[in-house]
Design a binder for this molecule. Sequence first.
Ligand code: 1GP
Length: 255
Amino acid sequence: MTARRPVGRVEQYLYERLDRGPVHLTLIDPDKSPGERAARIARGAVELGSDVILLGGSTGISHEVMGAAAVAIKREVEAPVVIFPEGATSLTSQADAVLFMSLLNSRNLDLVIRTHARAAPVVRRMGLEAIPLGYLVIAPGMRVGEVGQVDVVPREDVEAAAGWSLAAELLGMRFVYLEAGSGAPSPVPGSMVRAVRSAISVPLVVGGGIRTGPEARALLDSGAQLLVTGTVTEEEGLGDGFRAILEEVRRDRAG
Ligand code: 1GP
């Protein structure tokens, strides 16, 4: 018996990228940007240095819409296409992987583990790579905070955030994601990112409310290793805000 199962292809790609510096993930909502429009955003984002295309949104995206976007994107870019799920209905075998994430601080057990029990056999049957991730929503939480019935972690409670994050790591989750909520007026505070980063040894993902280069810079300097942005491209396309964020990410890359 081997002691460990090897990690999947996309997870391996993430670790290889992380060895060279920070990773950027472009979140596209295929309900707002379907098929070819998603593919155009993805191509531009990858050209600017984004590493992964995440597909997701907070309203029930059908697996047909998800599948069509994944196919269109994969025709345009080699970067992995990963599902950022909000339920089992948006799973598609056209993607390369799914963030198999537990919404740690939800009051609704469906979002912590029960939906996963129903989705796991589907994920396995589809042959989708599952990336185990602890997802922690920080105030204000925005829509995911409401829909996810979350007891948000207050922005100043850095110790609570570190405790939740370490618990995720000790439970075997291989990534921790601090989420301020899509469209949040400001990202997760740097002090919290620092506290979490020094508590855990798995890679730290930060997202929600990142719209400018200086915001990205502050998070990277605080220890964020993967940055997720969505709204900035939904609202401004591949404009100045997105370019400035990618410039900060590229600045910290080796070579
Ligand atoms: C949301 O963290 C992501 O789940 C991205 O947030 O839309 O604010 O960039 P934004």
